[in-house]
Design a protein around this ligand. Structure first.
Ligand SMILES: Cc1cc2nc3c(=O)[nH]c(=O)nc-3n(C[C@H](O)[C@H](O)[C@H](O)COP(=O)(O)OP(=O)(O)OC[C@H]3O[C@@H](n4cnc5c(N)ncnc54)[C@H](O)[C@@H]3O)c2cc1C
Length: 339
């Protein structure tokens, strides 16, 4: 299908969603495209039920609730959401771009890339017997969407980074028992959370198995046993009904490199696109980038940074679409939003 809009936003993470508001507030229509089948980017895919504490004005907000709020905040501007398909192709020239997914062509005057860490897919463990079978019935998951579903269950968490340790601590409150399986003796996670996990291990709520990794999953319809093995092949059998794999995301930079956008510049990290900070413009006229994917000297990759960058990028959207119009900061308190 063909869609025509003022601004095509690639990425429905927090930056892309707030960009809809900022564009709408200045009078520009937006379409948001995401490879994932849902809104929210990393917040929805990786930690929807975790509280975030550093969103200004929200002392504590669940990631999933922040996504809902952003969707609600964008709603008065009636964005078009095209989800579940990666954007692969870019054609055209400034003022008249066409983005392509497998089933859509989106014509836009300006493109804003809010692609975060790229199109991410969870890393899966290799060589685990029956993995696919228990993935299908959701006894093996790569992100926790519904913490309540694990209440009172015995859960194996595999991994040794922030997600694994955070979830171990959080699930220990509500699960019957939590096993943490990690192939290294050390955890690559925040010191304070590792300390909390060790305390919970001492109190018997968590059992830590290092250096072990997943080997096989057994059960009939439902998962019943998780076999883990150490580096010498010594096995242990853990009784558990669910496995949460927290191995991070497989790097998938997506199509941006082949679009000829520069990734070179002071402070630009691997996987980021270089932007001109005052305008959020990439190396190509009419293509802006915001959020985690935008790199420049002094960048701090946080959700709040993406919000501020959206406001700056919207100013540039106006400069590109209506260069004759002088930009004037407008207050939402005075202007309001469409009913
Ligand atoms: C466990 C964890 C905890 C965190 N806690 C905090 C915290 O407390 N506070 C904080 O500020 N930050 C936190 N972060 C970081 C925060 O999640 C990121 O800074 C934020 O998600 C970046 O938002 P974004 O919109 O730029 O990108 P993302 O949230 O990464 O969204 C980008 C979206 O673009 C899509 N996309 C990419 N390429 C394409 C393509 N070619 N076609 C279609 N779609 C595409 C992706 O599918 C994705 O949905 C945390 C991160 C993790 C992993």
């Amino acid at each position: 299908m063909d869609y025509t809009t003022d601004v095509a936003i690639i990425g429905a993470g927090p930056s892309g969603l707030f960009m809809v508001f900022e564009c709408g507030f200045l009078g520009y229509k937006a379409a948001v495209l995401d490879a994932l089948p849902h809104l929210g980017g990393q917040l929805a895919a990786l930690y929807p039920e975790k509280p975030i504490y550093d969103i200004p004005g929200h002392p504590k907000v669940l990631a999933g609730d922040l996504v809902k709020n952003l969707e609600q905040q964008a709603a008065p501007f009636a964005p078009t959401y095209l989800l579940g398909e990666p954007v692969d192709g870019l054609e055209g020239t400034p003022g008249a771009f066409t983005l392509k997914t497998a089933s859509h062509s989106i014509h836009a005057k300006v493109v804003v890339i809010a692609g975060g860490g790229g199109m991410f897919v969870p890393r899966k463990p290799v060589g685990v017997e029956n993995l696919e079978r228990f993935e299908q019935n959701k006894n093996v998951v790569y992100a926790i969407r519904n913490k309540a579903a694990l209440e009172g269950k015995t859960v194996v968490i595999a991994g040794g980074g922030d997600s694994a340790v955070d979830w171990a601590v959080e699930l220990a409150e509500t699960c019957a028992h939590v096993h943490v399986v990690h192939r290294r003796p050390d955890f690559r996670a925040a010191e304070e959370t590792v300390r909390q996990m060790m305390e919970l291990a001492e109190s018997g709520k968590i059992t830590i198995h290092t250096p072990y990794q997943l080997k096989a999953l057994h059960g009939d319809d439902a998962l019943r046993e998780v076999v883990v093995a150490d580096m010498d092949g010594t096995e242990k059998v853990l009784s558990a009904s669910h496995v949460v794999c927290c191995f991070g995301l497989a790097p998938n930079p997506g199509p941006f490199a082949k679009w000829g956008l520069s990734s070179e510049g002071d402070g630009v990290e691997r996987g980021q696109l270089a932007v001109h900070r005052p305008t959020m413009q990439t190396s190509q006229q009419g293509i802006l980038a915001i959020g985690d994917i935008a790199g420049y000297a002094g960048k701090v990759s946080l959700i709040l940074t993406g919000f501020a960058e959206a406001a700056v990028a919207a100013k540039q959207v106006q400069a590109l679409i209506n260069p004759e119009k002088k930009f004037k900061v407008q207050y939402s308190t005075s202007k309001g939003v469409p009913a």
